[in-house]
Design a protein around this ligand. Structure first.
Ligand SMILES: *Cc1c(COP(=O)(O)O)cnc(C)c1O
Length: 419
């Protein structure tokens, strides 16, 4: 029976276990399979973090337990580390229930699939994350669910004026993750609830920390944990939080029936990231603002798209509802040929060119190609190129010097093309 019953010998502080009992009657292949199995002794040490169980199979104590419905019978969900992460995210979101998903995109899709049925109508803001739009437009339509878009700054009244008896769900993303328009989330949630319509928000920008959607009446709060919660650009994970028991059950059945398991290793990394989320977010928010205030002063910049800057059109909403910012914002370059936008990005040495955000490192992209497919309610009318920055944990002075290099290259490319 493995290690059970082995009495340790003490040598000062060092404990040496007695060698395990061998059963020489068993073949070597059998002995190798039975040796070193998990035991209560293995798990007895009270470590800071929960034990990381990697498991598909769960061993049941007896025949009755196989089907009595009272036992954990399979590792697809509900292992120690899954439950620990979900509990910690309940704390973060102020939620009664959190459902885990294998990515942020899976969380968006999973939450929608769990509450929708054929014939339903969705209303979504125009600034939603591009893969979310693609999922609604291309995937959900095949199942008889239609989506209509409203402007990214639509009011509760404007949204409600579009609602019909078929409208099941309103999809918000505030601020939008390219151009940072905000919605009056509490007002929309209240109006939707009065009409029996569900609300879902993609809250990745706030990471569940600087804005609490459930406290403002939203039914489903989704985030890509991949970004700030995991925080190191090396894990995919997503979550959906709710305070409604009926929705929690639907989310759980949705994952059970689609088989979207979360790797215990990834869940462990998510929990690890969560421990330092508050301090990292504060640093990202502060450094982001320092860089943004400098960018705002540069002659190559037409305007800033950052909710925490006083000049931003939605700044008052941010001030009312949010306790902080993160490191993600955009700005509009002065009108120039596309080659100048590329020259700006290609001159950057510290900002990597990449689509994600929320990690310890700084990133930059230009957003213009995304607007062509992504704005259908209110077309994006470009005055200049939109550059999105993620400000990481490097020294802000170094990032500013890097951006200056970019602006210099932008100027050279602009004048070369004009001259
Ligand atoms: C990245 C992102 C997602 C998707 O998350 P993944 O884990 O990459 O699938 C969803 N919404 C927003 C706003 C994001 O930035």
């Amino acid at each position: 029976m493995g290690r059970a019953g082995r009495r340790p010998r003490r040598h000062g502080r060092l404990t040496v276990a007695k060698p395990p009992k061998r059963d020489p009657k068993l073949g070597e292949a059998t002995r190798l399979i039975r040796a070193g199995e998990a035991s209560p002794q293995n798990l007895a040490a009270h470590t800071v973090s929960p034990p990381l169980q990697r498991a598909s199979t769960v061993i049941l104590p007896n025949a009755e337990a196989l089907y009595d419905g009272k036992h954990q019978t399979y590792g697809r969900m509900g292992l120690a580390v899954h439950d620990a992460l979900a509990d910690a995210l309940c704390e973060l979101e102020g939620a009664a229930h959190v459902q885990l998903y294998s990515s942020g995109a899976a969380a968006v899709a999973g939450a929608m699939l769990s509450v929708l049925r054929a014939g339903d109508d969705l209303i979504a803001v125009d600034c939603v994350y591009a893969p979310t739009r693609r999922f609604m437009d291309q995937f959900l339509t095949r199942f008889g669910v239609t989506t209509r878009y409203v402007g990214a700054r639509a009011t509760a009244d404007e949204i409600m004026a579009m609602a019909t008896s078929a409208t099941r769900l309103i999809v918000l993303e505030s601020p939008g993750s390219l151009t940072f328009e905000m919605q009056d989330v509490p007002a929309i949630a209240k109006a939707a609830s009065a009409r029996g319509i569900l609300t879902l928000i993609d809250n990745t920008w706030a990471a569940g920390l600087t804005f609490k959607p459930l406290a403002h009446g939203v039914d489903l709060s989704v985030q890509a944990l991949t970004k700030y919660v995991c925080g190191h650009s090396d894990v995919f994970l997503g979550s959906c939080a709710t305070n409604r028991q009926d929705l929690a059950t639907k989310l759980k059945l949705g994952v059970r029936d689609t088989g979207w398991a979360v790797s215990p290793d990834d869940a462990y990394q998510g929990l690890r990231g969560l421990r330092t989320l508050a301090t990292r977010m504060a640093a990202h928010g502060e450094a982001g603002l320092e860089v943004a205030r400098w960018v705002e002063q540069q002659p190559e910049v037409a305007r800033m798209l950052h909710p925490a800057l006083p000049g931003f059109p939605d700044h008052e909403l941010w001030k009312r509802d949010y306790t902080g910012a993160c490191g993600l914002f955009s700005f509009v370059l002065m009108p120039a040929p596309e080659a100048a936008t590329h020259a700006f990005l290609d001159a950057l040495e510290l900002f990597g060119l990449g689509f994600s955000w929320g990690g310890f490192e700084s990133l930059a992209i230009h957003c213009d190609p995304q607007f062509k497919l992504g704005r259908t309610a209110v077309p994006w009318t470009p005055d200049g190129s939109v550059i999105r920055l993620h400000v990481g944990q490097e020294s802000p002075a170094d990032l500013i010097a890097d951006l200056r290099r970019g602006f210099d290259a932008f100027n050279r490319a602009s004048t070369a093309k004009l001259g």
